[in-house]
Design a protein around this ligand. Sequence first.
Ligand SMILES: Nc1ncnc2c1ncn2[C@@H]1O[C@H](COP(=O)(O)OP(=O)(O)O)[C@@H](O)[C@H]1O
Ligand SMILES: [Mg+2]
Length: 150
Amino acid sequence: MPTQRTASEAETEQVGAELAVQISPGAVVLLHGELGAGKTAFVRGLAGGLGVKPEQVSSPTFTLIQEYRGRMTVHHVDLYRVAGREIDDLGLDELAAGDAVVVIEWADRLPRPLGGAYVVRITDRGGDRRDIEIDAAGTHAPARPLHSAR
Ligand SMILES: Nc1ncnc2c1ncn2[C@@H]1O[C@H](COP(=O)(O)OP(=O)(O)O)[C@@H](O)[C@H]1O
Ligand SMILES: [Mg+2]
């Protein structure tokens, strides 16, 4: 998908809402981008497009995973404050294997890439400008487990 440029938070939400149109139950969306890039804004638009009340969506600061109910259930994960080993305890494998949509901010913290996912990269271009790349190429690949068996 070509890079999409946005010039406001609302436009980034709109790009997220457009992704919601093509998403099916069980989809995994991995978000990359620095602090303040607009990952949560994108998730707000995406969740809104899936029938979730947008005001429910915020950075899950204290809860590492938030659950929203829309046309589909959405699990919103933020790995910013999670150390590597704690990620194993979040049960992301089980979440990703289910019918809910799983959206993960700071996906680069995952111990290994999660197959079959949409990958969203947001880059701050200064001021209110952002570049958003969405790679859906992996979405038909069989999902690989997040963690090897222990
Ligand atoms: N084009 C844009 N897209 C998204 N957010 C923007 C944009 N321009 C400015 N902003 C601001 O950048 C911040 C993005 O915050 P947030 O979505 O929480 O980022 P992240 O989750 O990546 O840390 C908000 O304060 C938002 O108002
Ligand atoms: Mg965020």
